[in-house]
Design a protein around this ligand. Structure first.
Ligand code: T4K
Length: 373
């Protein structure tokens, strides 16, 4: 049997580089709670992303939950979002006592369909949470226009978009705030981790207090906050990985280009096109299979890959508005494009060190299922 290929593989610095970075922790015995490494990574990210403020978290999900909580939105307020995403996006809204209102995605880059947003706005709408899915940027200009017109704040789920820029501006700079995930599976990882990026100075102390039980000072607890702090070992991993970010993205670009050279123009397979004015991060490689034209369903492709020891994933199936935990609450028929894509999409293995031979092995299995045109 050929070597197993997983959908992704964490990029890690050299062992010695990481050991060197954490050595000081044995001397200081300071392991968490806004330590030296945490502050160093925060500053490095503010500089790299060109954003006024970065607040670090132990994971991306709690970052998103925290920023939504920090906005003091009205109880049961409606938040416009998309269902073609990871569980975290929808759950962060629901867990804040808010009501997700699902907007469909567009069929080109799978981000929110901006033509449909205004129709969903009611007097209860209090925010918009769009997703830069796969690292494809939402139409940030149009979304901001709508947000300004209705006086709504936009929080981007930018979990996939670290390193992406639009017209030279980093994804961290759009909307009221953006959340990045630094999970092990991401382009940039801190083992687990995440961040909120924003420009509103009044949020800095609030988010820092909220991620630390709401403790403002030893004798003042001003929010019923949880614990979402990034620790020193996570921050040290981030400091190391940040040094290699350009190399990471370049290697991913090469893998992506090789996939494209094998799968582009195959009838029945749709690939995402590079977006205008966007510098990509090559976070994921989604392929959408049309059974009629291709000759096999997405599930058949996924199974054939599995039979060959290749682990592709159905990101994002099922849609969040069809999750068991929301049974009977939402109608996925109202987001038909998302439903259509979620039943046909497969994200193929992608990571910096995925070899050309491995990409060929994956493409050979896929193309072996292709019916004659
Ligand atoms: N918003 C969006 C749009 C997101 O996609 C996510 C997370 C979030 C918010 C929340 O951010 P975080 O709270 O996670 O920071 C994975 C990730 O756990 C998750 O971070 C990610 N999105 C989601 C799309 O993918 P799973 O359940 O598919 O992960 P798992 O354990 O099956 O891992 C996938 C593959 O990654 C494995 O087959 C091998 C590789 N892997 C995994 C781990 C855990 C590694 O190489 N190293 C590792 O340590 O969710």
């Amino acid at each position: 049997m050929n070597e197993k290929i997983l959908v992704t593989r964490s990029s890690m610095p050299d062992f010695d580089e990481y050991c060197n970075e954490i050595k000081g922790l044995w001397e200081s015995h300071w392991l968490t709670n806004m330590g030296e490494k945490h502050m160093q990574l925060q500053k490095a990210l503010e500089d790299t992303l060109g954003v006024s403020h970065v607040t670090l978290y132990t994971n991306g999900h709690l970052a998103l939950e925290n920023i939504i909580a920090a906005m003091d939105l009205p109880e049961h307020g409606e938040v416009i979002t998309t269902p073609f995403t990871f569980a975290s996006t929808t759950h962060s809204i629901v867990r804040n006592g808010l009501e997700p209102v699902f907007c469909d995605i567009n069929a080109t880059d799978y981000t929110i369909d901006t033509d449909l947003i205004e129709n969903l706005i009611t007097d209860k709408t209090c925010a918009i949470v769009p997703v830069h899915v796969y690292g494809n940027l939402c139409d940030v200009e149009k979304i901001q226009k709508i947000a300004d017109k209705y006086d709504l704040k936009v929080i981007y789920d930018a979990a996939h978009a670290f390193g992406v820029t639009y017209k030279g501006v980093n994804a961290a700079c759009f909307g009221y705030a953006s959340m990045f995930s630094f999970h092990a599976t991401k382009v940039f990882n801190t083992i687990e981790g995440g961040a909120i990026c924003y420009s509103d100075d009044s949020l800095v102390q609030k988010l820092n207090d909220m991620k630390n039980f709401g403790i403002h000072s030893p004798e003042e607890v001003i929010y019923a906050g949880g614990n979402a702090k990034m620790n020193e070992f996570q921050a040290a991993m981030g400091i190391c990985n940040l040094r290699h970010l350009d190399d990471e993205i370049e290697k991913r670009r090469r893998v992506t280009e090789h996939y494209r050279s094998r799968l582009e123009n195959v009838s029945g397979i749709t690939l995402c096109r590079p977006q205008a004015d966007v510098k990509q991060n090559y976070a994921y490689f989604p392929a959408v299979f049309d059974e009629k034209l291709f000759g096999a369903t997405r599930d058949e492709v996924c199974q054939a890959l599995a039979d060959n020891n290749i682990n592709a994933r159905k990101y994002f199936y099922p849609l969040t508005n069809t999750f068991d935990c929301f049974k009977g609450k939402y109608d996925a028929g109202k987001t038909p494009v998302a439903l259509h894509i979620s039943k046909r999409v497969l994200t193929l293995p992608l990571y910096a060190d995925l070899s050309t031979e491995s990409v060929d092995r994956i493409c050979d299995v896929i193309l072996g299922l292709k019916k004659a045109d």
